[in-house]
Design a protein around this ligand. Structure first.
Ligand SMILES: C[S@@+](CC[C@H](N)C(=O)[O-])C[C@H]1O[C@@H](n2cnc3c(N)ncnc32)[C@H](O)[C@@H]1O
Length: 295
């Protein structure tokens, strides 16, 4: 991979900045550099954990405002955010025993909310990679504000060719970021950086092979996010080919539907809510967690 070294302005660290390996990666870098949807930023403002993923769990209706409550929008935002953080908590439940001396890798780290949560939970170091310089700068800025910049770092880097040493990483994950890459290339890189016995976890939307082919709703989601949703079968096959042996495969679809139905009622709708709800309900699309051992 061609690369140059640049300095990320927020904290003066040197970051590995790729020239995009492909024109597509340039498109994705631009997409996330320009992304500033209220549904992401206003939720992150609730407690400073900025996520770019969806939520799971039952809605706490008592936490929502009654009709006419002037605070109802803020209460709804806080509830959506709680469900998104709950999603990251469930991902981390599957990382296994992580100690303070361990290093984790967040592949496609976004604005870094999951990295902060992992550091707060395990006390470990977390290395994040994203194609977006804006996201890396934001994540490093948040880490500096929290005083954890020596333990949590984002860099602009292609997750298919990371600068980490072979076997350096105790646990790694993709939280809704695996639909931007070829899965064989992705899992080959996770398998390289993970130590033997390390754990890989993904939470992702995937199309359901039982449905047959990607439905029109799945195609709509691909077009909306400029991504390429893989099937559940592709995940399992690419893992098996790369020494990643599933230890848990959990269908989170019923757990994420309440989040989507709540979000569809909010002022923060982005227009893609119907495609998610319809595809989850017709069985063409699934929200899954897969945790795998690096053997
Ligand atoms: C939907 S966001 C998820 C962000 C984060 N995982 C979270 O849960 O908040 C997708 C992320 O994948 C990253 N991404 C996509 N392709 C990538 C690649 N080839 N290398 C590194 N990051 C990539 C994007 O830059 C973006 O940060």
């Amino acid at each position: 991979m061609l690369s140059t070294e640049l300095t990320v302005p927020s904290n003066g660290r040197t970051a590995h900045v790729p020239n995009p390996a492909t024109p597509y990666q340039g498109d994705i870098a631009r997409y996330w550099d320009g992304e500033a949807r209220p549904v992401n930023l206003r939720l992150g403002d609730v407690d400073g954990l900025y996520h770019h993923h969806y939520g799971i769990g039952d809605v706490d209706h008592a936490a929502l405002g009654a009709d006419g409550d002037p605070a109802s929008e803020q209460k709804l935002i806080a509830e959506l955010h709680r469900l998104e953080s709950a999603q990251a908590d469930v991902l981390m439940n599957h990382l296994g025993d992580i100690g303070q001396g361990d290093t984790l890798m967040d592949a496609g780290c976004g604005r870094g909310g999951s990295m902060v949560m992992a550091n707060q939970r395990f006390g470990c170091s977390v290395e994040g990679v994203t194609l977006s310089a804006k996201q890396a700068e934001f994540a490093n800025g948040r880490a500096a504000e929290l005083g954890i910049q020596d333990r949590v770092r984002a860099r602009v880097c292609n997750m298919l060719a990371t600068p980490f040493d072979t076997g350096q990483i105790a646990g790694s994950w993709n939280n809704e970021s695996s639909m931007y890459v070829d899965l064989h290339d992705l899992f080959a890189e996770h398998s390289r950086v993970l130590k033997v016995g390390g754990r890989y976890v993904t939470i992702t939307g995937c199309w359901n092979p039982r449905y047959g082919q990607p439905s029109k709703w799945v195609s709509q989601i691909n077009a909306h996010f400029e991504c390429n949703i893989h099937s559940r079968r592709e995940y399992l096959r690419a893992m098996a080919d790369n020494r990643l042996v599933p230890q848990a495969v959990i269908d989170l679809t019923p757990d994420t539907l309440p989040y989507w139905k709540l979000r569809a009622t909010s002022s923060l709708v982005t227009g893609i809510e119907e495609a998610f709800i319809k595809s989850y309900e017709d069985g063409s699309f699934q929200y899954v967690l897969i945790a795998a051992d690096r053997v």
